[in-house]
Design a protein around this ligand. Structure first.
Ligand SMILES: [Mn+2]
Length: 306
């Protein structure tokens, strides 16, 4: 049986507390469960928090020993791009500008004296992380489930295998650099979610005071619960949020209609999760912003929150 754990972002102490609460304990340096339960990690292990190395050791050791499986988060994908040279155009696949460095700075800092480990252990491991996983009764992805994108990934190989080493191919990263490519759309939306370009004149002011003309879609909120803009968009201002949504928009915006449960993280939700029976469950409750690290016991449908 499985326990699913949301975005950790370097909060290893919270992770250990959660694993303990879920009944796992450290034996021979690796967290494991007496009943052979396994953890599914939803991505975003690095950046922001104080114990990124420790987090990576716990997660990867559990994966290597068969006590967990892990998928890719946008932060791991960004790290791959940040550290891979673009031989055709020069520089790196993710630019080293202030904004990009700031997002990644804690990881860079904490690995400053562990560069070999970063380059030869963790970065290569990120390359092997799947973008999504499907099990008999549930599926996982970091930010947004989209059947067509998943189908595309099943039919298109984004990896190379050299000397038995699996890597996301340079060709994939190069195509991803172009915002019109299928690679860009598929990876961007599965790992970072979908955005909606608002009609002209519908710009809103976000919590940081920036004027925005596109909004992140709350694809996981079912169509019958979409009454106001706040029910379909994330991070929008109160004024815009309270306006009713048109019937057309309710249906136009991506939704999740499957009977198979999907688990994801990414959205920095506030408060605590409250509907363990939903078919689309977010397990990211902002542990890196004074929130909670959230686990979910699949068989008993319980949230375990620290
Ligand atoms: Mn994320």
């Amino acid at each position: 049986m499985f326990d699913i754990i949301g975005d950790i972002h370097g909060h290893a102490d919270k992770l250990e507390e959660l694993l303990n609460n879920l009944g796992y304990s450290k034996l021979q340096e690796v967290y494991q469960h007496p009943d052979n339960r396994k953890v599914v990690f939803l991505g975003d292990y690095i950046d922001r928090g104080p114990k990124i190395r420790e987090t990576l050791h716990i997660v990867k050791d559990m994966c290597d020993s068969g006590n967990a499986v892990a998928i890719m988060g946008n932060h791991e994908f960004n790290a791959i791009c940040f550290h891979t040279k673009d031989k055709t155009n020069g520089g790196f696949f993710r630019k080293h500008t202030i904004v990009e460095i700031e997002q990644h700075i804690e990881t860079l800092r904490q690995f400053k004296n562990h560069k070999d480990e970063w380059n030869h252990v963790f970065l290569p491991w990120f390359h092997t992380l799947p973008i999504f996983l499907e099990f008999d009764s549930f599926r996982v992805v970091h930010a947004c489930w989209d059947d067509n994108h998943v189908e595309w990934l099943k039919n298109n190989n984004i990896y190379t295998f050299e000397d038995g080493v699996k890597e996301i191919s340079e060709d994939t990263l190069s195509k991803y650099s172009s915002k019109q490519s299928t690679e860009y759309i598929v990876l961007e939306e599965l790992l970072k979610g979908k955005e909606y370009d608002l009609p002209e004149g519908q710009e809103f002011v976000d919590k940081d005071g920036a004027v925005r003309s596109s909004a992140r879609i709350k694809w996981f909120n079912p169509v019958h619960k979409r009454n106001y803009h706040k029910d379909v968009f994330l991070g929008i201002g109160d004024e815009f949020g309270e306006l009713p949504v048109t019937e057309e928009l309710k249906i136009e915006l991506h939704s999740y209609d499957s009977d198979i449960s999907v688990f994801f993280g990414h959205y920095w939700l506030k408060g605590k999760p409250d509907d363990p029976n939903s078919k689309s469950i977010c397990l990211d409750y902002s542990v890196a912003k004074d929130g909670h690290l959230v686990g979910y016991r699949l068989d008993s449908k319980e949230f375990v929150i620290v």
